[in-house]
Design a binder for this molecule. Structure first.
Ligand code: DC
Length: 221
């Protein structure tokens, strides 16, 4: 699938905000694949399955109906948009998402989403490297550790949860290390990706940059 914008990056880099902006500007649908891994993790915890049990997690993933499109997240028909951001899910998601059998199931769903929609904007960790290697534009979004932690604390506060910058920064560093160090589909910069540092740039500037690149590539075809 070629009519795809692939947006990868670590936690708190701003990729969800940017992905939504790019999708709105280009009139495309947006898929939050992190929300899909979080939804499976919630289902695993709800089922009382041990997150380290690869086969158990894969069974849960196979039996779950997940939709994480255009800002909404549903698990088996229930809106889980808020529940999947709870600390229990955040703490376990790197373990559940490291199981190859879980990834196989979700990657197949991500590819059929793109087929159904004739493309779209997908955000995650392995979108440009594994899920859509033929994407028209690939972007890897970064921001400084402090800025990423600051943004996450502000999200937590908006959701009514208390959070300290130092704690959030430590938890993020540990999750990033797990996501980048796993054997299958680690967080990685595709060789043909553009790296955009959002530390000192507004989301609007980054969105405009990606949209321009997408239109340039489309014109050259
Ligand atoms: O983007 P996020 O923080 O909501 O993602 C939650 C977790 O899901 C993250 O720790 C790593 C995992 N993830 C993944 O392994 N592959 C993706 N394509 C997206 C997310």
């Amino acid at each position: 699938m070629n009519n795809v914008v692939a947006i990868d990056g670590p936690a708190g880099s701003g990729k969800s905000t940017v992905a939504r902006g790019v999708a709105a500007a280009l009139g495309l649908s947006v898929l939050d694949t992190g929300a899909m891994y979080r939804s499976v993790t919630l289902a695993v915890l709800n089922a009382g399955v041990d997150p380290t049990d690869a086969a158990g997690c894969a069974l849960v993933a196979k039996d779950s109906i997940i939709e994480a499109v255009d800002g909404s997240v549903f698990l088996d028909g229930t809106d889980v948009g808020e529940t999947i951001r709870e600390p229990g899910v955040t703490a376990a998601v790197s373990i559940v998402s490291a199981h190859p059998a879980v990834r196989e199931i979700l990657v197949a769903q991500q590819r059929s989403w793109a087929q159904r929609n004739q493309g779209g904007v997908a955000e995650g960790r392995d979108i440009g490297t594994v899920v859509f290697p033929q994407a028209r534009v690939k972007v890897f979004i970064t921001a400084s550790d402090e800025e990423r932690a600051r943004r996450r604390v502000s999200d937590e506060k908006s959701a009514g949860r208390d959070a300290e910058i130092a704690d959030v920064q430590n938890a993020m560093a540990s999750r990033d290390a797990q996501d980048s160090g796993r054997e299958v589909s680690p967080t990685a910069i595709a060789v043909d990706a553009i790296v955009l540092d959002t530390t000192d740039r507004t989301a609007e500037e980054v969105v405009a940059d990606i949209v321009r690149r997408f239109n340039d590539v489309t014109e050259q075809r």
